[in-house]
Design a protein around this ligand. Structure first.
Ligand code: CA
Length: 200
């Protein structure tokens, strides 16, 4: 028993002496073979140059307040589940679709504003084929007397440019904006379609 303990102690001493036997000792610095690079925090979606950002080709809209957002809207009969309130909820993946044409979308701004642009948006996803919609804009300050500020015109919607159109008008006071649709060349509907109507 004593012999076993003695042998165990000798073995332990040998192992402990290994670092002192020159194995780990060195008189020169071991070269670093791993370079540690701290990655910067990602603050936005990155897009490789071979995938250009499609939004760069979108028709620009004013950066001023959209007076239509979330305001009361009134329209006629809608198709399926595509109700009026979808037209100004701030999302282009929800939309209003009328049941037939012509169709009107009235937006009550809740106050009188000086407006100069109306934007009409569809979903920009490419599954939404290019189409044309004939649209006119009328405005009112009292909700009774309306004035035409943009005559009916056949506007081109195309996902390549954001599936949106911009109607610039002479600056006018308006508390009520009526957007009138009279034609839609889309193949899968007989009604007007708008994911968002914005008033600037
Ligand atoms: Ca919407």
């Amino acid at each position: 028993m004593m012999m076993k303990k003695l042998l165990a102690c000798i073995a332990a001493l040998i192992l402990l002496s290994v670092p002192c036997m020159g194995i780990c000792e060195t008189d020169h610095e071991i070269p670093t073979i791993v370079t540690i690079v701290r990655a910067p925090d990602q603050e936005k979606a990155e897009r490789p140059p071979c995938f250009p950002d499609p939004t760069e080709n979108y028709i620009p809209m004013p950066e001023t307040e959209n007076y239509a957002h979330g305001k009361k809207v009134v329209s006629g009969v809608h198709a399926d589940v595509y109700v009026s309130k979808n037209v100004n909820d701030g999302k282009t993946d929800t939309y209003w679709e009328s049941k037939g044409l012509p169709a009107e979308m009235l937006i009550e701004l809740g106050d009188t504003y000086s407006i100069s642009t109306v934007g009409v948006f569809l979903n920009p996803a490419s599954i939404w084929e290019p189409r044309q919609q004939e649209i006119a804009v009328w405005v009112s300050t009292d909700g009774i007397e309306y004035m035409e500020v943009a005559p009916a015109f056949l506007y081109q919607f195309d996902p390549a440019t954001g599936n949106r159109i911009r109607i610039d008008i002479e600056t006018v006071e308006a508390a009520f904006v009526k957007v009138i649709f009279t034609k839609n060349t889309a193949t899968r509907t007989l009604g007007a379609q708008a994911a968002e109507i914005c008033v600037y």
